[in-house]
Design a binder for this molecule. Structure first.
Ligand SMILES: NC(=O)c1ccc[n+]([C@@H]2O[C@H](COP(=O)([O-])OP(=O)(O)OC[C@H]3O[C@@H](n4cnc5c(N)ncnc54)[C@H](O)[C@@H]3O)[C@@H](O)[C@H]2O)c1
Length: 352
């Protein structure tokens, strides 16, 4: 396309929308409204997955949804139910593996006005998203179920691609330090391989400070001195746990966005689950999904709309007048979305 073609004439990028289960449809509706008000340049394509798909199609991840996700540049996804102990395998994990979304990026930055155990947090956790114990290779050792065992898989190629992504992310976002979290003192081969590859990749990035830390010490340090963490990179299970810890440091799961990035596609979501205890009441906090949508806009190179949305969410939270019950307020999901939208309109009028 010639550079003289204006933005208005460019075809709209098509973005998948999985509304999700539980509070998913409520927070997805609020987020879609906010994304549109941010001036995003895209067209939504609703896709079926989760409990609704299991009921209607007998499959929580229908083949046509997966096929479409393979074609689209990005998708926004509400939380999906995973039955505990039986039922279907996690759709979230299947999506990450099928689409090879190998890097799970979870930023945690303190919010003005939101009560949190510590301040000054500004870290981004990059979690390897396809290997480790999540490879799903586990079995009982006998028919009596006297023991069960699982296989932890760490490959050189899988480690290298996520570590390269973490360093590239640090460079792109002018971040100074990458900290690799591991347990190589005990898991000498698996966690040890991840650390070995980390050191190799770090050697190719002398401009970025690199250090490694044992996962248990890292958990304590994150609580006591969170300011020392900038970009953090780790294997799947440690990343899962430590990113919830980081979410807790900035005010809770209702505020934590995540991106699943691959070579050909990307899936943006809230870190939290379907919140069945409050589903259908219209009081879920849509912040995490809104911030995930902001990350998606940045990924689609719509930086202005991304910043507008992120800024409005942070401003409404800082004001503290229109917040949902999880943050001590009495606003509904829709009232909160209205406040975010009003804030963006105000910002645009000021900018005009
Ligand atoms: N990415 C995903 O799709 C994802 C992630 C985690 C859990 N899950 C699934 O979600 C289901 C429920 O899991 P869970 O109960 O362990 O975790 P959860 O995150 O759904 O809920 C934990 C607590 O946080 C609260 N909460 C979560 N999101 C909130 C929001 N937006 N606003 C206000 N409060 C919120 C809930 O009310 C609940 O008290 C399970 O089936 C689980 O497998 C899905």
């Amino acid at each position: 396309m010639s550079p003289s073609v204006s933005r208005a004439e460019k075809p709209l990028p098509v973005v998948g929308l999985i509304r999700g289960d539980g509070v998913g449809p409520e927070i997805a509706q609020a987020t879609v409204r906010a994304v549109e008000a941010a001036g995003a340049h895209l067209r939504w394509e609703p896709l079926l997955a989760g409990a609704e798909a299991a009921e209607k199609r007998g499959d929580p991840l229908p083949v046509e949804t997966l096929a479409r996700l393979r074609q689209l540049p990005a998708a926004l996804k509400g939380p999906l139910t995973t039955p505990v102990g039986g039922g279907w395998r996690s759709v979230n994990v299947t999506l990450r593996q099928e689409l090879e979304l190998y890097a799970n990026v979870r930023p945690a930055r303190s919010f003005a006005g939101v009560p949190a155990p510590v301040g000054g947090v500004d870290m981004v956790i990059v979690r390897e998203n396809t290997e480790d114990l999540y490879a799903g290779i586990e079995h009982y050792v006998d028919l009596r179920r006297s023991a069960a065992e699982a296989v932890m898989i760490v490959t050189r190629a899988g480690s290298e691609r996520v570590l390269r992504y973490a360093f590239a992310y640090a460079r792109r976002h002018s971040r100074k330090r990458v900290t690799l979290l591991h347990k190589a003192n005990i898991l000498k081969k698996t966690s040890g391989l991840f650390l070995e590859v980390g050191r190799e990749v770090a050697a190719r990035h002398p401009e970025i400070e690199f250090r490694d830390m044992i996962i248990d010490a890292a958990c304590m340090n994150m609580v006591m001195r969170p300011g020392q963490f900038d970009v953090v990179v780790t294997t799947n299970l440690f990343g899962d746990i430590v990113s919830d810890l980081a979410a807790g440091l900035v005010g809770g799961l209702g505020l934590a966005p995540g991106a699943n990035i691959g070579e050909r596609g990307a899936l943006f979501e809230a870190v939290h689950g379907t919140a069945p205890d409050i589903a259908g009441r219209g009081i879920a906090n849509p912040t995490a999904l809104m911030l995930a949508a902001s990350m998606m806009l940045a990924h689609l190179r719509q930086g202005a709309a991304a910043r507008r949305l992120d800024g409005a969410v942070r401003a409404v939270l800082a004001e503290g007048r229109t917040v949902t019950p999880d943050l001590g307020g009495s606003a509904t999901t829709e009232e909160y979305a209205d406040a975010v939208i009003r804030r963006m309109a105000k910002g645009r009028r000021r900018g005009a």
